[in-house]
Design a binder for this molecule. Structure first.
Ligand SMILES: [Zn+2]
Length: 255
């Protein structure tokens, strides 16, 4: 089995003081590709440092919507610089977070829009975070003339949001919540999506899948999420692994 963890934060030093152990365990578990995602300049730099040292490990650079107050010319310049690294394969994570609301919606939208333009200019796909903001996010994405390729990570929207995302050509990423018992609607939604649009992620250290819910998550737990997907698709786990990995490799230009 060959799995691709399309969203993890091995760059968060508190959770992963030494990411080596987590990466070795991931390889063991069949997770041979990992995307380490930045949330600000420092964690984007650390994502690249990690990607630089391990095979199959890549980085996304960007400023998370909860960090939008820190968006300025200097941050943009530094992130663009980091994005030139050969192992920087995406811009992110960027988006809208109306749950924490660390800055007004207007500020978040501006921060998102500018970064989407940078991603397009640099010909990088964008990794998007969205919490309680699907209406605004989709409206903004639909208004773009030339959006970069889009991946909606940890998808938490409804069927109509998913339909609009698919119409935009987006991929949708699914993680631990897919395995939580009460998330019947989410499983139904995933089962109804075109299979070429589905990718897997752990969002480590957050959102550990069952039966590890509540503990620190790690990329080696990705097979548990893949098992749930395989059951929904009524296929062998090897088949859902191959399918989602191929989807991700095509999206990130690694195929
Ligand atoms: Zn994330």
């Amino acid at each position: 089995m060959r799995l691709f963890d399309t969203h993890c934060h091995l760059n968060l030093a508190d959770a992963f003081p030494d990411p080596a152990e987590a990466i070795e365990a991931a390889y063991e578990a069949g997770v041979s590709r990992l995307l380490v995602v930045g949330i600000d300049v420092e964690t984007s730099r650390r994502a690249l440092e990690i990607a630089d040292r391990w095979e199959g490990v890549y980085a996304a650079v960007g400023l998370h919507p909860t960090e939008a107050p820190r968006w300025n010319r200097a941050a943009a310049r530094e992130l663009c610089e980091l994005a030139r690294h050969p192992k920087a394969i995406a811009w992110g994570e960027i988006g809208l977070d109306y749950h924490w609301m660390t800055s007004p919606a207007e500020v978040q939208r501006e921060c998102l829009l500018e970064q989407l333009h940078l991603a397009s200019d640099l010909e990088l796909p964008a990794v998007l975070h969205c919490r309680d903001a699907h209406a605004d996010l989709l409206r903004l994405l639909e208004s773009l003339d030339e959006p970069p390729p889009l991946l909606l990570h940890c998808f938490s929207g409804g069927p109509d949001d998913a339909r609009r995302a698919v119409a935009l050509g987006a991929l949708l990423g699914f993680d631990g919540p897919l395995t939580y018992r009460r998330n019947r609607d989410l499983r139904e939604l995933v089962a109804s999506l075109p299979r070429e649009r589905v990718v897997l992620e752990t969002d480590s250290p957050y959102l550990a899948p069952e039966p590890h819910r509540g503990k620190q998550n790690r990329p080696s737990l990705l097979p548990l999420i893949n098992q749930t997907l395989a059951a929904l698709w009524r296929v062998d786990p090897g088949e859902s692994a191959a399918r989602t990995t191929a989807n991700a490799e095509r999206f990130f230009g690694l195929a």
